[in-house]
Design a protein. Sequence first.
Length: 104
Amino acid sequence: MVNLLLTPPLAFLVFVLLSFLLFGVGRFLAGPEARSALKSSLYTGGEAPEESASAPGYRPFFVSALFFAILHLGVLMFAAGGFTWMTGVYLIGLILALVALVLG
């Protein structure tokens, strides 16, 4: 019986049934829904929301994401290669790439 419960299809069905049960209990405990303009408005900590766009775009995110991608993949390659003169050249190239990314 224990092995039967551990099969993926049956475990998935048990999980789905348990999820629906918890969802139903949660809806019952939440009570009836009351729509209001206050609930659908923006929450900004008691201040009026700004009228202008505040997001400067995705460029700063992409620069930092590329920085960490180069850094993490570079360290992974460096660790997998051992310490040889070729990994030293690779490390210098990695440092130059990161400096170029940060400065420019």
